[in-house]
Structures are given as structure tokens and as C-alpha cells.
Design a protein around this ligand. Structure first.
Ligand SMILES: CCCCCCCCCCCC(=O)SCCNC(=O)CCNC(=O)[C@H](O)C(C)(C)COP(=O)(O)OP(=O)(O)OC[C@H]1O[C@@H](n2cnc3c(N)ncnc32)[C@H](O)[C@@H]1OP(=O)(O)O
Length: 231
């Protein structure tokens, strides 16, 4: 495989929907043997849940340990800045994403798969660190994940755009610690305008649905159409 082919393989959203099985195929590069920042982010996700979901009598030692860890990471890390990406959809770019980024402890992360009709699906459970009302997922988190799923559905259909309008109908509370399923698809494209829609179910219960209008930026190049555009 040439370097450019390899780089292309690693792009986000380049999975071929026609090759998808009934289970779908991963839309994002999978880190099968987590290491480095991915592994670190996994442990930090555990910490987020523990800190958000518990009270502790004495955390002085924990604070010192975490502060020392943060000081260490700050000293040894090499920052990855947006101007260094060169293009959208590279692992460096996507890794920081708050919905799908494997090295971002804030992301659940979503692990979307794509089907032959270019529908994008993600199954997940959300814990206490995503809570809004007691026992329920925060509505803003639902909006974040919808925005990402709609963007991914556009990417699966080889078009990208900035979110211009995002409408969400919350039909039923979204439970924490329950299997959730997002499904998104691109509906139509007119010039630079792209419409996409999505649903969120907990079992057979429709929790929320979304409709988004995306606008393709002027001057986008053909080879960038299967890559993400994010704010
Ligand atoms: C590969 C892996 C993937 C991975 C995929 C990852 C997905 C990531 C998803 C996250 C996406 C984001 O968070 S994006 C970040 C959040 N969004 C933003 O920050 C966008 C901020 N807004 C803007 O930058 C701008 O307003 C734009 C780009 C949306 C539009 O500006 P523009 O390019 O100058 O276009 P403009 O001429 O105004 O409008 C073009 C047409 O769209 C219509 N239009 C524009 N805005 C609206 C609107 N809000 N509601 C209705 N219609 C609108 C206009 O009427 C016009 O229609 P007509 O006259 O032609 O009929």
C-alpha cells in the first residue's frame, strides 16, 4: 500500500456503503489495540463517571495525583493544533471530536457503522456523566450526538456541510444506562444545501428525532467531500 493509499484508508467517512453487511461496517477507523492517547482517554472516561457519580470523604490525595498527572502530560505532550491537520477527517482531527473522538475523554464515543443504503447507525449507552434530568440523558448531549450523526450520514453520502439549522423533537426521556440507537440518513441535496434526518430510540421507544440543514462551504474540493467539516 502506498503512503497516499494508506492515508486515504485512514480518512474518516470513506467506508464504502455498498460493502456493508447486515451489521453495517465501521465508518471510522477502529483502534483495535488501544494504546497511547486512546487508552488514556478510556481511563479518563472512567474517571469522569466516578467523579460525576460519587461523593468522597477525602479526595486530597486524589487531587494531588491528578494534578501531578496533568502537570506531567502538559510537560511531555506535543499539542495537535487545527492548523497542523492539513485537511479534514484525519485521525488527528477526528480524535479530538467531542462525540466520536477516541482520544477525547468527553466523547462517549460514538462508534458508527454504515449500511448499503448509506444509513449510519450507532449503538451506545450513556452514563451519569451525561445526565440531565435524574436518570435521563441531558438534552444538549442528545443534540450534540444528533449533529454528529447527521454530519456522518452526509459524509457517508459523500457530501459535507456546516450545520445551518438543527431541529430536535424530544418525544420521550432518554434513559441513562440503557441501550440506545441513533440512526441517520441524508435525505436530499439541492445545490450547496443538504438535508439529513435522524432518530434516537431506547428499545422500541422513540426518544427524539432530528432534522438538519447543512450548507456546503464555497470552494470545497471534490476529494474533501467525504471528509468532515466541523466548527
Ligand atoms: C468524513 C467524516 C465525516 C465526519 C462528520 C462530522 C460531522 C460533524 C458535524 C458537526 C457539524 C458542525 O458542528 S458545524 C459547526 C456549527 N455550524 C456553524 O458554525 C455554521 C455557522 N454558519 C456559517 O458558517 C454559515 O452561515 C453557513 C456556512 C451555514 C452558510 O453561509 P454561506 O456559505 O455564506 O451560505 P449562504 O449564502 O448564507 O446560504 C446558502 C443557502 O443556504 C441557506 N441558508 C443558510 N443558512 C440557513 C439557515 N440557518 N436556515 C435556512 N437556510 C439557510 C440560504 O438561504 C441559501 O439558500 P439559497 O438562497 O441558496 O436557496
Amino acid at each position: 500500500m502506498t503512503a497516499s493509499n494508506e492515508a486515504e484508508q485512514n480518512q474518516v467517512g470513506t467506508a464504502d456503503p455498498a460493502a456493508a453487511s447486515s451489521e453495517g461496517i465501521p465508518l471510522l477507523p477502529q483502534d483495535e489495540t488501544p494504546s497511547g492517547s486512546t487508552e488514556l482517554a478510556r481511563e479518563l472516561r472512567r474517571l469522569r463517571g466516578l467523579v460525576a457519580g460519587s461523593v468522597y470523604e477525602d479526595v486530597h490525595d486524589a487531587v494531588r495525583t491528578v494534578r501531578e498527572l496533568a502537570d506531567h502530560l502538559e510537560a511531555v505532550g506535543k499539542p495537535v493544533r487545527p492548523k497542523d491537520y492539513g485537511t479534514w477527517g484525519t485521525p488527528e482531527h477526528i480524535g479530538a471530536n467531542p462525540a466520536i473522538g477516541q482520544r477525547n475523554p468527553v466523547s462517549p464515543p460514538l462508534e458508527p457503522v454504515v449500511f448499503p443504503d448509506a444509513t449510519v447507525r450507532a449503538d451506545l449507552e450513556l452514563g451519569i456523566e451525561y445526565q440531565g434530568p435524574p436518570g435521563c440523558v441531558h438534552g444538549g448531549i442528545v443534540a450534540l450526538l444528533f449533529d454528529e450523526m447527521l454530519g456522518l450520514a452526509n459524509a457517508a453520502s459523500k457530501s459535507v456541510g456546516m450545520t445551518a439549522d438543527l431541529r430536535i423533537t424530544y418525544s420521550s426521556p432518554t434513559p441513562l444506562y440503557a441501550p440506545l440507537r441513533f440512526e441517520a440518513r441524508q435525505d436530499r441535496v439541492e445545490g450547496r444545501k443538504i438535508w439529513a434526518s435522524a432518530t434516537l430510540h431506547a428499545g422500541n421507544t422513540l426518544c427524539a428525532s432530528a432534522e438538519g440543514l447543512f450548507v456546503e462551504p464555497c470552494g470545497i474540493r471534490d476529494h474533501e467531500r467525504s471528509r468532515p467539516i466541523e466548527g
